[in-house]
Ligand binder design. Sequence first.
Ligand code: GUN
Length: 280
Amino acid sequence: MIIDGKKEAAALREEIKKEISLIKKKTNKIPELAVILVGDFLPSQIYVRNKEKNAKEVGINSSVIRYSKDITEKEILKKINELNNDDKISGILVQLPLPNQINKEQIINSIHPSKDVDGFNPENVGKLASGYHAIVPCTPLGCLLLLKRIEKNLSGKHAVILGRSNLNGKPMAQLLLKENCTVTITHSRTKNLKEECLKGDIIIAAVGVANLVKKDWVKDGSIVIDVGINKMGEKIVGDVDFNEVKNIAKAITPVPGGVGPMTIACLLKNTLECFKARLT
Ligand code: GUN
């Protein structure tokens, strides 16, 4: 089975849109997302354009604050402080990567945890790791929602994660632990990666190596979620060799059209959650 991320994301957006419309009727308020975009890195420009388009479609007011690549850290911190103190703003997102002169950690730490729609602020990271209610990073949240569409009860499943990044691998592990999975996190220094992968009832690939996971890395009937976005000539491919693995896996996400649309839908979901928290 091929998991249709576009369809799942459209269904989630529809739910979000309905909820926003209901709240608007009651309160005359709508969520507002502020996106900070630094420089002219093309993939970031494309992501931000997609985020804006999707936000508008569900009734979220989205604004993009653009800076040239030689902006100072101080200037961005000043803007974030302004947005933190602006009651109308529900969520703040600083698009990554940032230019070298800017300390990413400082920027992420400065976003108020209640407006941190990416879930990257250490307060949200810590809450997630402690099993408390937290804002969860959008990509792993999207992966979990897709997994749960295939298998409602993930308890006892062995999940193998490829990649240990703060954006994907680590929060993914926390989410799967919460679902009572047995979790293995693998990374670039892991020995016998193929053997580790073969243990997985679930495989989450998030390493950024084109077509890394082959058919003989995957157990019959496993669920494979591919987070990779890699350029191969003119084509975009994932971290999983889709054509090989689709015949072995019980379910697999394609690239594009799998995790990507869910990431953006989850950003809208997080923005709505932050908005609702401020209403009460
Ligand atoms: N750049 C690539 N992915 C992401 C993401 O999920 N959030 C932010 N802020 N920047 C990104």
